[in-house]
Design a protein around this ligand. Structure first.
Ligand code: ATP
Ligand code: MG
Length: 487
């Protein structure tokens, strides 16, 4: 192998086809023991040489003619064939390492004629990407066929995005992260829209999983309820405004009735609030607007006199605490009501230090998160201790601001150019890498970007999990039927 040229962070390497003993996404160290460039292969191509079209055409014509023997007494054809068969490897320089110290700005380059090319082990990459961090390590999968660990301390306090096309393995990775966080005693809240996380307490073969002792499913309206006094007027008005699209005049009237009732009874209860609105003199249209919404909230069953004790539910447990808010089978309005309540309560609980910081897993958050909450989640709420992990197969549903603030991205395969374009524009690594790698990535592989790998992108094969997964796409034609039909 020889370095052909280097421009910016792109380096082109010449090699013979037999030297291609690596995969796209693998790393190559170029230099010597002490100093080297750490480069990541992103593409392989042919070498451009003068007269190549003419050469190829000549071969084509000669191949097509029968009984033609080309005179080659010195057997130069095989040598020229080897030259013509050379390949160029395009790689990206991720770091310059000088006696163990990694730098992104060093002007050092390896010797073009004598530099050694070496494929580093997964252990070496793990050390490089961990950046000296060797606590809270969990097995995330394999790199170059060897076990690869990531450190939870790099996910802590961060904003993380998991994205990729359908069925690429995003939820599977999310479950591995949940398991890892819980195994170190962390607290996790999952907004589960598809009912995919409801069986995390079971293993694939039906036994008790490692999460069984730390797992609670919150079913709104059943074992999980809220009260108006816990919610407070501000959150209630927010819900009425954003979820039930209540006009401003109605909100003002309701606030007036609420305060009056609160003055009288101290604790506002939903059915008393409804009675008070019915009796209070006000414009009939306004009364109707308020009542229809209050009745709709009442029929959700989520608001009760006695609320679930969220502070107790969120308490840290030695073996981890995994809470799944089951949002599947809820009407869209109720789903948003539950999310709005949870976020507003979490915000007040965390800012009063009544619970330890926690991780929030939100799949397809655009289905239930109102626009103004994105910004709040990635700025203010992150600072008070709520670390979001957004999972989506539609990257354009996450606002650009969220990508810009993201510390980590787990990028699975994308084939759609529009999706790729969006991701390429916003990730911190070069868009060429994203465009080429994200398209080529096999299923269950993801490109890990950001703080969790010290900005050295790693192509990870996500490990299998023993946890039971629900929410698989259902099919009309089952495999058994297909076999029977064939038979
Ligand atoms: N690394 C893996 N090892 C073993 N099985 C996996 C792995 N990744 C994904 N799977 C399996 O592949 C299927 C699809 O994965 P998953 O549900 O995570 O995809 P997804 O990206 O979340 O899809 P969707 O966009 O539809 O939600 C699941 O049955 C899952 O169990
Ligand atoms: Mg999924």
């Amino acid at each position: 192998m020889k370095i052909l040229h280097k421009k910016g962070d792109s380096i082109e390497i010449l090699c013979t086809p037999t030297e291609l003993n690596f995969e796209i996404g693998d790393y190559i160290k170029i230099g010597d023991e002490e100093r080297y460039l750490l480069t990541q292969v992103i593409d392989v191509g042919y070498v451009d040489f003068p007269g190549e079209v003419e050469d190829l055409l000549r071969d084509l014509v000669v191949d097509g003619m029968e009984n033609v023997s080309v005179l080659d007494p010195y057997n130069t054809a095989s040598l020229s064939m080897m030259v013509r068969e050379a390949r160029t490897v395009t790689a990206k320089v991720r770091a310059v390492v000088d006696r163990g110290v990694s730098s992104h700005t060093s002007p050092w380059l390896p010797n073009r004629y004598s530099a050694r090319f070496e494929k580093p082990s997964a252990g070496f990459l793990e050390e490089m990407t961990a950046g000296g961090e060797n606590s809270l390590l969990f097995e995330a999968g394999t790199v170059c066929g060897e076990e690869f660990h990531l450190s939870l301390s790099r996910l802590d306090g961060s904003l993380t995005i998991i994205t990729g096309k359908k069925e690429s393995g995003k939820s599977h990775l999310a479950k591995i992260l949940v398991e890892a966080i819980a195994s170190f005693g962390g607290t996790v809240l999952i907004f589960d829209v598809n009912g995919e996380y409801l069986n995390l307490d079971k293993t694939v073969d039906g036994g008790r999983s490692r999460l069984a002792g730390s797992f609670t499913v919150l079913n709104p309206g059943q074992n999980f309820t809220a009260s108006l006094s816990d919610m407070g007027l501000k959150t209630f008005l927010d819900i009425l405004e954003h979820v039930y699209l209540t006009p401003a005049t109605s909100l003002r009237e309701l606030a007036r009735v609420w305060r009056k009732l609160e003055f009288k009874t101290r604790h506002v209860v939903l059915h008393e609030l409804i009675e008070a609105v019915e009796k209070e003199p006000m414009n009939e249209a306004v009364r109707d607007a308020i009542l229809s919404r209050l009745q709709s909230i009442e029929s959700s069953g989520f608001i009760a006199e006695k609320a679930s004790d969220l502070v107790a539910l969120l308490q840290k447990r030695p073996s981890g605490n995994v809470l799944v808010a089951n949002l599947s089978n809820l009407m869209p309005g109720v789903r948003r009501l539950v999310v709005e309540y949870l976020l507003s309560r979490l915000s007040s609980i965390l800012s009063q230090n009544k619970a330890e910081p926690l991780f929030l897993f939100a799949e397809e958050a655009h289905l239930y998160l109102r626009e103004t909450y994105w910004e709040d989640l990635v700025t203010r709420m992150r600072h008070i201790g709520l670390f979001p992990i957004f999972v989506t197969n539609q990257p354009d549903t996450i606002p650009e601001l969220v990508y810009r603030q993201a510390d980590n991205i787990f990028l699975f395969n994308f084939t759609n150019d529009n999706d790729l374009e969006r991701i390429a524009k916003i990730t911190k690594i070069d868009s060429e890498t994203v465009r080429i790698l994200a398209k080529k990535m096999p299923p269950r592989h993801c490109l890990v970007l950001g703080k969790v790998v010290s900005d050295i992108p790693v192509l990870l094969r996500v490990r299998p999990s023993s946890l039971q997964t629900l929410g698989k796409t259902k099919f009309f034609f089952k495999k058994v039927d297909a076999v029977q039909m064939k038979g």
